[in-house]
Design a protein around this ligand. Sequence first.
Ligand code: CMP
Length: 139
Amino acid sequence: MSNRTFTMIKPDAMEKGYAGQIIDRFEKEGFKLVALKLTKLSPEKAGEFYAIHKERPFYNDLVAYMSRGPIIAAILEKENAVTSFRELIGATNPVNAAEGTIRKEFAVSIEENAVHGSDSDENAAIEGDFFFNAFERVI
Ligand code: CMP
């Protein structure tokens, strides 16, 4: 089991100025920052990141949303990171997110859901490599 996961603070949360509060939640829950970047995805890059959802009806909207403004990408470290982080962020749809989760507090809708969290160790590694080279992370 890997002890790292990958996250993004998405455009909706950045627009509302929630970045600091969300990173504070990560750290308070025991996640260590091992890579951090503020950037803006082009539609091409957002499409590439979410290529797995290409056939889904929400794909074009998702690409437009994820490329409309800045995001923060990060790699986080904690024991059992992927599972532990998904518990911290809560369900994809904030309506179903448990009390106290980040999405319950900060998300708007199933699409504009404030944060991303990798769904497996394998995807955490792939997604982290998408944003960060070896010089941009703690080894
Ligand atoms: P994330 O966990 O980053 O992975 C895929 C994203 O697609 C998801 O968060 C949401 O932003 C979006 N998404 C997932 N399901 C839906 C849906 N049914 N309608 C619109 N957007 C969705």
